[in-house]
Write a protein that binds this ligand. Structure first.
Ligand code: ATP
Ligand code: MG
Length: 818
């Protein structure tokens, strides 16, 4: 190494792990061009300490990722890791990164691959550097003039003898251990006022100040000139007329000793600017940072971001802690969007949407969680006054836009909408009652994945058509819901991937459960949802970041041998499919004796129960059309849009499930391959269900996606008529086979018979006719005549006209064979 080493500083190894990083520090009188240090190189640690040894400059490993380093300045003699300056906000430096003193770029930080991570901008060529006892690292020119110094490259902390000029600012970290730029700034405005405000990232739009020194005077002489942190520990704004304006009321009465204490003022990641002291001199470096004063007085109340989330994230509630720092909490039945960011936004653990409310009208879905003195002051959309508490609750309950109602002042009712911003507990609200609308059935918590990357176009068309057909107000809510769901899906996906990485042996985003986990999740396989050809399905609840209701399918043990080989390969394929009309496979479990599949729980049952429940009224025509479209889109995805083509082989109303929004979601796709079903042509190997299978299964013909098209045709006729494909109890024999009866109705011009007295369908005769014609094309005996699912969706959407279908012919043959 090129520098002259004055002495080595040995710190006790028995101190905290942090102190062990500074095992060897060098005090440097002068650091010269070309000096360098590599992150993580234990043989030659280049930890420069200031002459007194109080500060060190070098690489510190990050707590969470010890292979990543921060180039920074910290207190070298105390146990508590306290960084006062750091080089790059954007990237931590991977092990092997190098910092070098260069003439042209000053301090230059490069990654092991040579990429430049950060550099100090020098005004003039640098020729040496010094590290002062104040904690200031200074680059100098040949005449020992400063060309760059850490004291002028502001981060989040000020130290004694540091000053700040107009136009400069401190900027908080993003989180406690995340050095990226955060959302709070201490800004010395050009008008002399020193202010605190939050910014909206990434644009940095500044919200209203939540603290000001007010050093802006009409008389320019008394306006602020400089922020001073003097050597004796005073922190104040120096006015143009050289008078001092104490930064904080609290600060004026505090006397501090810089000989006995380290002092620092830090803009914390949560927006509070705090002045701290720490005892010097203890050989063990013990003691802690004590806040002497801080601003603002009550950040939860003082900060009101008119165009941002406020101190905490959206839907969160800010409560002031003893140290005047905010504590952010999610309301009950809400959880953190990012579990690693306690000050971040909260999302409801349940679904609330006008679209769903319309469908579930009459059902008592919500209840109120009552909070006191809690408010989101800028999230109102309506004020009702005079109003009673009872009316206030009722009007929120019946209003699908309403998420919270605040009743206050004896006669005023503010209704509020999501996302809620600036949430706070404020005792001065004097007994305000806050009614939060939450779902009664708090276990139906999962927001179904709505939007899939690959299908953005399709989704946008759907969104577009939904939006065109609804009111402007409803549109906003729908858009918000869609945006929320989209981001949720992203996060959810991410969460799944990360969970999967830790726990699964399969390289996929599926979670690998242990048998015990699923046993516990289903309370010992207690509640049976249903039984199918391949096993029993149980209801359960698992924790996937938030409480998630699931359906667990326990595959019959006689299948095990067949399943064994291909199980994980096939799971990988299924695990990669994401579409809003498919039931997501969330995970699996594999033991010697058992194979289990864990699916999203579908709260509204099967299409079979919706269509064929004779006791209920027929579901609305509109809903049935929506379901028919959904199934077609799901199938199109399986056939053409996912990475590996999947032929379902068992499309029937029992395998179409309905989610919280009554979206059609195809289940059991991929099972045909997963269960190693030989898609051959023998009767025993028929994967499918009587009444829905195409003739290829019985003939010596290849099995293609057209078998699903056939089944879809049958399903479509069932959706139209709300009756089963085969009904030997039908009063008229002619009607026993739905496909045949449908063709008869079509040719005889009595399509209306198919829907009986379903007025909605009769009023929409054109669509009715179109659906029947599409279905008849789908059930053609000759697979070559059947459309593809893409054609089907185009016909459904009206992009392509439907031609007159020929007679499907020989349709009945299959029933005699099965
Ligand atoms: P097949 O074996 O041909 O698929 P099936 O669909 O009737 O026939 P299963 O798939 O085993 O049989 O499902 C049995 C029942 O379990 C379904 O009818 C449905 O009521 C319920 N079920 C299945 N998956 C879910 C799910 N993800 N959410 C809620 N209920 C489900
Ligand atoms: Mg099924």
């Amino acid at each position: 190494m090129a520098f002259s080493v004055l002495h080595f500083l040995y710190c006790s190894m028995i101190l905290s792990p942090f102190v062990t990083f500074s095992v060897v520090a060098q005090t440097k009188a002068n650091i010269v061009i070309g000096d360098s240090h590599t992150a993580g190189s234990s043989s030659s640690p280049w930890l420069v300490s200031s002459p007194s040894g109080d500060f060190a400059f070098g690489f510190l490993p990050q707590d969470a990722t010890p292979d990543q380093f921060i180039l920074c300045i910290w207190y070298a003699k105390i146990q508590e890791k306290t960084i006062v300056w750091f080089a790059s906000r954007d990237y931590p430096a991977p092990k092997g990164s190098k910092v070098e003193i260069t003439a042209d770029d000053g301090l230059l930080l490069t990654a092991p691959n040579g990429d430049q991570l950060w550099k100090s901008e020098v005004t003039v060529r640098a020729s040496s550097a010094v590290f002062n006892d104040t904690g200031n690292f200074v680059l100098q020119d040949g005449g020992s003039n400063s060309v760059w110094e850490s004291f002028k490259d502001y981060r989040d902390t000020l130290l004694p003898s540091q000053t700040m000029e107009k136009g400069q600012k401190l900027s908080s970290k993003l989180r406690r251990d995340d050095f990226k730029p955060g959302k709070f700034e201490l800004f010395f405005q050009n008008d002399g006022n020193l202010v605190l405000h939050s910014i909206n990232l990434p644009s940095k739009y500044a919200n209203k100040n939540y603290f000001e020194t007010g050093t802006i005077e009409s008389d320019t002489l008394s306006a602020g000139k400089q922020l001073m942190f003097d050597r004796s520990g005073g922190l104040y704004v120096l006015r143009e007329n050289n008078q001092k304006h104490n930064f904080s009321e609290g600060g004026s009465g505090v006397s501090v000793s810089t000989t006995e204490f380290y002092l620092r003022a830090t803009l914390n990641f949560d927006g509070v600017f705090t002045f701290y002291q720490h005892p010097k001199g203890s050989s063990s470096g013990s003691g802690s940072w004590t806040p002497l004063w801080s601003e603002p007085g009550n950040i939860c109340k003082d900060n009101l971001a008119e165009a941002g989330s406020g101190v905490c994230g959206y839907n969160s509630i800010c409560n002031l802690g003893d140290d005047r720092r905010p504590i952010c909490n999610c309301p009950k039945w809400y959880s953190l969007v990012d579990p690693n960011d306690p000050n971040g936004s909260c999302k409801p653990d349940f679904v609330q949407s006008c679209a769903e409310d319309e469908l579930t009208k009459g059902k008592d879905v919500y209840e109120f969680e009552v909070l006191t003195d809690t408010d989101w002051p800028l999230s109102d959309y309506v004020l009702q006054k005079p109003f009673t508490e009872e009316l206030c609750k009722q009007s929120c309950m019946e209003d699908c836009m309403c998420s919270v109602a605040v009743f206050r002042l004896g006669d005023s009712c503010w209704k509020k909408k999501l996302p809620l911003s600036n949430g706070r507990i404020d005792p001065t609200l004097n007994g305000a009652k806050t009614f939060m609308k939450v779902r009664k059935d708090n276990t139906s918590l999962v927001v179904p994945p709505i939007i899939e990357h690959k299908n953005n176009r399709n989704t946008m068309i759907v969104v577009g058509s939904v939006l065109l057909g609804s009111s402007a107000c409803l549109n906003l809510v729908l858009l918000a819901a869609i945006c929320l769901s989209t981001s949720y899906v992203f996060r959810y996906k991410k969460k799944l991937i990360s969970v999967g990485k830790v726990e699964t042996t399969v390289e996929t985003n599926l979670r690998c459960f242990t048998y015990e986990e699923l046993q516990e999740a289903t309370s010992g396989f207690d509640k049976v949802l249903g039984k199918g050809a391949f096993g029993i399905v149980y209801e359960g609840v698992v924790n996937m970041g938030s409480v998630t209701r699931v359906a667990v399918k326990k595959l019959n043990s006689f299948l095990l041998e067949e399943v064994q080989k291909e199980f994980k390969n096939e799971l990988n394929v299924i695990g990669l499919t994401h579409h809003k009309n498919l039931v997501r496979l969330l995970g699996f479990c594999e033991t010697e004796q058992e194979r289990l599949l864990v699916y999203e729980y579908m709260s509204n049952g099967t299409l079979a129960s919706l269509l064929f429940n004779v006791l209920d009224e027929k579901p609305s025509w509109k809903l049935r059309l929506q379901i028919a479209n959904g199934v077609a889109r799901g199938l199109l995805y399986l056939h053409e849009e996912c990475s590996t083509q999947i032929i379902h082989c068992d499309i029937k109303p029992q395998n179409i499930l309905l989610d919280d929004y009554y979206n059609a979601r195809i289940s059991d796709f991929g099972l045909a391959k997963l269960l190693n079903m030989n898609q051959s042509k023998t009767n025993t190997a028929i994967r499918g269900t009587k009444g829905y299978v195409a003739l290829e299964w019985f003939k010596n013909m290849p099995i293609t996606t057209k078998v699903d098209v056939y089944s879809y045709g049958v399903l479509l006729l069932e959706i139209v008529s709300c009756r089963k494909s085969v009904d030997f109890e039908a009063e008229d024999e002619q009607k026993a086979i739905l496909t045949e009866w449908a063709y008869d109705c079509y040719t005889e011009g009595v399509i209306h018979d198919l829907v009986e007295n379903d007025q909605e369908a009769l009023d929409d005769k054109k669509t009715l006719e179109k659906l029947v014609m599409i279905a008849l094309w789908c059930v053609q005996e000759d697979p070559g005549l059947r459309p593809t699912m893409r054609n089907v969706t185009q016909m459904l959407e009206g992009v392509v006209e439907v031609q007159v279908p020929p007679c499907p012919s020989q349709i009945s043959v299959q029933y005699s064979l099965v």
